[in-house]
Design a protein around this ligand. Sequence first.
Ligand code: E4P
Ligand code: PEP
Length: 338
Amino acid sequence: MVVVMSAEAEEAHIQAVVALVENAGGEAFVSRGVNRTIVGLVGDVEQFGTLNLHALPGVTDVVRISVPYKLVSRENHPDRSVVRVGGVPIGPGTMTLIAGPCAVETPEQTLGAARLAQSAGATLLRGGAFKPRTSPYAFQGLGEKGLRILADVRAETGMPIVTEVVDARDVELVASYADMLQVGTRNMQNFALLQAVGAAGRPVMLKRGMNATIEEWLMAAEYIAQRGNLDIVLCERGIRTFEKATRNTLDISAVPVAQRLSHLPVIVDPSHSGGRRDLVLPLTRAAIAVGADGVIIDVHPHPESALCDGPQALVDGDVRELAATVRDLPPVVGRTLT
Ligand code: E4P
Ligand code: PEP
């Protein structure tokens, strides 16, 4: 069950709801979104029904939710949400291009990639300073030095930054630089990390686990929401299947399915799905056509020497084609590029 507070509800009104629920032996989790606050209730639903929560000041609705992911469900919030990252909207009606290097390597490489991203029409810059690598011998990212480079490039280009955090102990540090925190596929069910980013006060991009069902993905988002953060963007980035021709299999149907089940925006990562430069544009077109709220794409000024995922990074020539795609295709499906 969730209690929806009005936009004008005061803190005292929210706390009155929490107190009533707790006095009845339940638990109440307050989640503050851009437009409204909702309180998720855990406990005896029948008993909550007797509390007359509707009558409390500041309460606009009390909704019984049948799915296990209550706060992120569309049952709770029929209108699809818009998440703002440094002022850039991600949600229905728009198409947001997030682009940049897979990994931050040097100031020159990061700025070069950001310029490529901007020339394609990107309004948000991606780049990893903490890299989750299969091999412990592979480049693990520059850590805080990489975050400083991202902050310098943001100052130079004006692009808000999206960057991954892989360890709950680093959330505060990464959040002090990032405009949006990314939780990667490998950490989708790292529950301590999900709770930490939920409390960090920054929008979160939650990538789908490579072996996760859509319901598991939404339950992971629920962990973040339950800690008070509803500014979550889901990212479909391909799943593991028997098919070896691509790095992962882009589950394109996950986009409309997740959008029907959840009010959260859903974007697609064509780079990590296909794992091949030649597939990025076709998969981007598929993502826009199916109704994705955005795409996140790797670009690199010199992918032949990239320290991570060079084969999937777009270069100069591809970027011009990407620019045309994100300019021309969104209007066909009723969206504008942000
Ligand atoms: C990139 O962003 C990831 O860190 C990368 O895809 C990890 O893959 P790998 O370590 O298997 O190369
Ligand atoms: C990334 O985007 O940098 C990344 C590591 O992606 P994923 O978690 O999807 O593999």
